[in-house]
Design a protein around this ligand. Structure first.
Ligand code: 48H
Length: 263
């Protein structure tokens, strides 16, 4: 079979255009491809919603690749094990309520499962802003503003492009980037005690893990927080290299948004 390089190029353009154009009116836009974002993307896409995940880096997985301090094993607790085994990740019990998994296997399998479930993943795209509109007399996030990560990294003055979404999941981890931008640029009040981002506290794994799930909720009309961003938003603790709370947070945000979308 002769190969025509121009057709290879054309295939990339055509298929990427299809993928992008089918993402202009998303049910859910997930920002951040760490464990919470990937789990949410898989479950919402499996439920049949139009879902896209935006990740600044070339690779998905966020903070999960390196386990703890680059010892690439992750630890999860029993109640979250199903979110690994459901996508074929082998786990080993360690003492009572601890389970371990290989960090590389877990990261790649969570990413593959999200893609195979139908979530459209846009890697190397950074979300730099949101679209804020007045809907029924109240301000609401109705879209996201994205730019190519290399443009962002090089500091080039290139304007971004925009996609619409019914819900945006802020899953950018410790940085809480999207919410920070929303609060910095607009006169808005979040659904937190101070109306602002409360900020992350120091290590307390047990409380942090529970809080990661309870803090996973709608923090502003159209915006849910998940994963580490949920704890940083509501002033809770960090937990170190235990990832069960991140997976459970992804599961919770998916269930909550699915319920809203179904009305
Ligand atoms: C596009 C962006 C943007 C942007 C950031 O940090 P993550 O792994 O997120 P979580 O919350 O799913 O998991 C947190 C976990 O990895 C962790 O850090 C833990 C458990 N820490 C405990 C402790 O004590 O330290 O992934 C977030 C992803 C990253 O891949 C970023 O590159 C990406 O979001 N991201 N993508 N546009 N503006 N900002």
């Amino acid at each position: 079979m002769p190969l025509d390089e121009r057709i290879i190029t054309e295939a990339i353009f055509d298929e990427y255009a299809l993928k992008f154009k089918s993402s202009l009116d998303l049910d859910v836009a997930i920002v951040g491809g760490g464990p919470s974002g990937l789990t949410a993307a898989r479950l919402l896409a499996a439920d049949g919603f139009n879902v896209a995940l935006f990740e600044r880096k070339l690779s998905l997985g966020g903070g999960m690749w390196g386990g703890g301090m680059l010892y690439n094993i992750i630890v999860v607790q029993e109640e979250s094990v199903h979110l690994l085994t459901d996508v074929g990740i082998p786990v080993k019990r360690y003492k009572d309520n601890y389970f371990t998994a290989d960090a590389v296997t877990a990261t790649t399998a969570l990413a593959a499962a999200a893609c195979l479930a139908g979530a459209k993943v846009f890697n190397c795209l950074s979300v730099e802003d949101v679209v804020l509109r007045e809907v029924d007399g109240a301000k609401q996030v109705t879209g996201l503003v994205v730019n190519s990560s290399p443009v962002e990294m090089a500091g080039l003055h290139v304007d971004p492009i925009v996609l619409g979404c019914k819900y945006l999941v802020e899953a950018t981890g410790h940085a809480v980037e999207v919410l920070k931008t929303l609060v910095r640029k607009n006169d808005v009040k979040l659904n937190t005690p101070s109306g602002k981002i409360e900020g992350e506290q120091s290590m307390w794994a047990e409380v942090a893990e529970t809080n990661t799930v309870t803090n996973t909720r709608e923090i502003f009309p159209g915006v849910y927080v998940a994963g580490m961003a949920a704890n940083a938003s509501f002033g809770s603790y960090r937990m170190g290299p235990i990832f069960g709370g991140m997976l459970l947070s992804g599961e919770k945000v998916a269930a909550d948004i699915a319920k809203k979308l179904r009305g």
